[in-house]
Design a protein around this ligand. Sequence first.
Ligand SMILES: NC(=O)c1ccc[n+]([C@@H]2O[C@H](COP(=O)([O-])OP(=O)(O)OC[C@H]3O[C@@H](n4cnc5c(N)ncnc54)[C@H](OP(=O)(O)O)[C@@H]3O)[C@@H](O)[C@H]2O)c1
Length: 431
Amino acid sequence: MQIRLGILGLGTVGSGVLDLLDRHRAFFRDSLGFEFPVTAHCSRSQASLDRFAGQAPFLTRDPLALVSRPDVDVVLELAGGEDAPRAWVEAAFAHGKHVITANKALLAKHGQDLFPLAERTGRFLLFEAAVGGGIPIIRTLQEAFIANDIHGLACIINGTCNYILTEMTQKKLSFQTALKDAQALGYAEADPSFDIEGTDSAHKVALLASLCYGKYVDYGSMSVEGITTLSDVDIAMAEEMGFAIKLLGVVSQDREGRIQANVYPALLEKKHQLATVEGVLNAVFLKTSAVGAILLTGAGAGKLPTASSVVSDLVSLARQLATGNPKVQPMGFFSSRNRADLRPIDELETEFYLRLTAVDKPGVLAKVTAILGEEGISIRALVQKPEHDPERVPVIFLTHSTKNSNVRRALKRIDALDIIQAPTQVLRFYR
Ligand SMILES: NC(=O)c1ccc[n+]([C@@H]2O[C@H](COP(=O)([O-])OP(=O)(O)OC[C@H]3O[C@@H](n4cnc5c(N)ncnc54)[C@H](OP(=O)(O)O)[C@@H]3O)[C@@H](O)[C@H]2O)c1
């Protein structure tokens, strides 16, 4: 069976897909019975098209010209962006094409329209590569764990942040130096805000939360905190306590069926499996009803890992088409009519780490502890770090389990005190 491909985007992932299709061509043809000729290429610049000249008969710089071609059966959307690719995917469906994408930003922003449209038009919209790069988490949730309830999910899903946190811990670097190193190595963009402020993680966590609980989780309704305010004091304190700091996506569902999905930097005991995930690696930790706890970890990005997931979607689609009666993966639930009413982070109950930046003078601790007490927060430990600058002394409070709303109210009052010199750093414990 022949399935003709239009490849939209010939950058890191697109070139990786061409590479893997080439390497496995004989196996796909001889053992699986599938051929995947590439009939059209699209890239923004002529230079990119020239680099792949001769590998496809039709070359264009216009995505809409590619998605409307009669000799394309499946469009691989590997260009990126949010609004422009939405129009390409809609046009592809209108012309009867299936779409495979690696684009989490597109799905997080427009998936609630595109998935129902795919169902209505009987087209596939597959996206294994969009979350966790080479980690097969989408199909794991959709297929492998179909006989499990998901009791909870926690993930490290942004390699840039995990690399920065690992460097800060292992090499005792400041956040800024670790970020610069990540940029020099190509792990962080020139404008890294999308990664370090947690937005990229939120896009992926919203998709995972939706798959876990069969509702549309809007990433815009999630509480999202990044890693930009973490300091070497936090990293050193975590080390001293036997903990690691990771940017986590945390997902769960309560007894009433309300989903909680948030992104925040968290303290994890070093013996927790997620704490051992270092550098640019990604990981998804699942608590499930039948299998129990499981960790999937591996390359969350990169040319071949991401391309591996794209090609795996392609073969999965080919198998469906070969049946003659393809079953479109039911993602219709991912629709604004089925929007999850997310449980606000204020209702989250956990232990907290609070690093205050205070002036070194008598009475500071009494004022802060009084406010914590008034807001119903019980203190487990208090550490004052020596600091050369008496105007900015780090004071760390560890709390017993308490509601996020209590901490929010307390910090509003504490950070307004004239003895407090900077907004308090908050970390939650994940157990
Ligand atoms: N890289 C990864 O490790 C990774 C991992 C997971 C998911 N993803 C996702 O995969 C997608 C592609 O990422 P990438 O890293 O491969 O990006 P990339 O290296 O920047 O390549 C993007 C390609 O798309 C083309 N392109 C961009 N906008 C276009 C437009 N408006 N019209 C036509 N062509 C356009 C670019 O053309 P020019 O080069 O000519 O500008 C380039 O060929 C993104 O959605 C990304 O989020 C990437």
